[in-house]
Ligand binder design. Sequence first.
Ligand code: SAH
Length: 355
Amino acid sequence: MSLKDHLLAQIALNGPLSVAEYMAECLMHPEFGYYATRDPLGAQGDFVTAPEVSQMFGELIGLSLAQIWMDQGKPERFVLAELGPGRGTLMADILRATRTVPGFHAAAHIVLLEASPTLRGIQAQTLGGFDPKWVDSVSDLPNAPLFLVANEFFDALPIRQFLRDGDGWRERLIGTKDEALAFGLGPHGPQVALLDRLEDTKDGDLVELCAAAIPILTVIAGRIATHGGAALIVDYGDWHSLGDTFQAVRAHDQVDPLATPGQADLTAHVDFEPLALAARAAGCAHTRLTPQGVFLERLGITARAQALAAQLGGSELESLIAAHRRLTHPEEMGNLFKTLGLYPSYSAPPPGLEP
Ligand code: SAH
């Protein structure tokens, strides 16, 4: 049986799936799920993330976290956490960049939130020397100052899609047509969660909701507000997003999200506005949403690239220059990707970000 057969049978039995239910099955089904069964990252895989593009990304984030830790009086014990650490590359770069910061490693208790057993195995190899602990939920994060990073995690959380129809909405659903998966629309109805979106949308507009992100943000923000620390959330998306951003990527190409369930990465752009509102509601301050290119430039990526370039030549130098451009240039990742920082309202915002 394939995941497609499983989904067709499920739809025949229970009716169409929401996009969120479809995403959750495709990404995390224990037997056939995309993340549950493979390492999707890197040139040989399906997509490349910022930490996999260059060590500079994680190094700058690591130094930024160490700066915040020092600014907050160097708490003796803190949680250094990552959501969806992939291969563990970002955390490894954070730890390498901070190894000369006196006391930082000794105070850090590394905690990783990862749903995929395959990727947990790879993270264990990358980070084994640092004795990381894995958790299934952010509520399992220890009660302590929390320094957290999440790169390309929130885009993988399931979203629901709603199409505006007069004064109500119709949910975009996944059913079947001629033995294949096909998009359709649910019945017309009001949506309490979208009442405020009646003001800024018109007939035919599509709005996405990521319900799963809110409890995660609430816990993280609550820990930071109560115990101190900071969070850096980096992802593609925008503030108050509008339109269909549900997409599938396989072998570095966009593909039909319904064509090969479980074989392609499924994501949606992150709407940072509800994340920021959830943080605020939990008593935590947040920064302005800042393009990744601007954020990395402010942290000194160009100086870091120049220092690395001084030791390189030939193709290594060329790939360093390409990596710098890829991470920062507005036509590459620089503008599509954004950073949101969370921090205690009594302290300064993270370096490179503004209140
Ligand atoms: N942060 C890494 C990997 C990004 S890919 C990088 O930048 O390279 C998304 C990561 O989030 C993977 O590790 C995936 O297994 C994990 N993930 C996705 N959905 C998750 C969920 N609901 N709970 C826990 N981990 C999840």
